[in-house]
Design a protein around this ligand. Structure first.
Ligand SMILES: [Zn+2]
Ligand SMILES: [Zn+2]
Length: 134
């Protein structure tokens, strides 16, 4: 009972950390933030809790291949921009095109539940710093 309560408290804190940032952090980043509060916490536990929260629909996982898994405290569908220079992930303030699902359904004859869009390029910061070079 005691450990159960402790675990749900960890999960609550984890959710708070994720909801408190717009940086779409990795599990490692979340782990570093929680380590002070829960000294016995392991990275494996953080992963397990993140997956649990994802399965419950409270957060979303942005899988960009195994080296680049990030988590998003906003579970609602939205688009992302990934800076190929600094690797930061940003939310793009664009309405989600739900008609795209229907178009894909028509084109493929499949049942489409959702879609993901990621834009790639250079963020404002990198544009300022980088000048004209690529
Ligand atoms: Zn950048
Ligand atoms: Zn996001």
């Amino acid at each position: 009972m005691k450990t159960l309560r402790k675990h749900s408290r960890q999960r609550e804190e984890l959710l708070k950390v994720l909801r408190g940032t717009k940086s779409h952090p990795t599990a490692g980043w979340v782990f570093a933030r929680l380590k002070n509060k829960f000294p016995r916490l392991s990275l494996g536990t953080v992963y397990r809790n993140l997956n649990l929260l994802r399965d419950e629909g409270k957060v979303q996982e942005l899988a960009f291949g195994s080296t680049f898994d990030r988590f998003d405290g906003n579970p609602l569908p939205h688009y992302h921009f990934i800076c190929e220079k600094c690797g930061r992930v940003f939310d793009i303030n664009l309405p989600v095109e739900n008609t795209l699902n229907k178009k894909a359904e028509k084109a493929a004859g499949f049942k489409v539940d959702r879609h993901r869009v990621e834009f790639f390029g250079r963020c404002r910061n990198c544009l300022i710093k980088g000048g004209g070079e690529n």
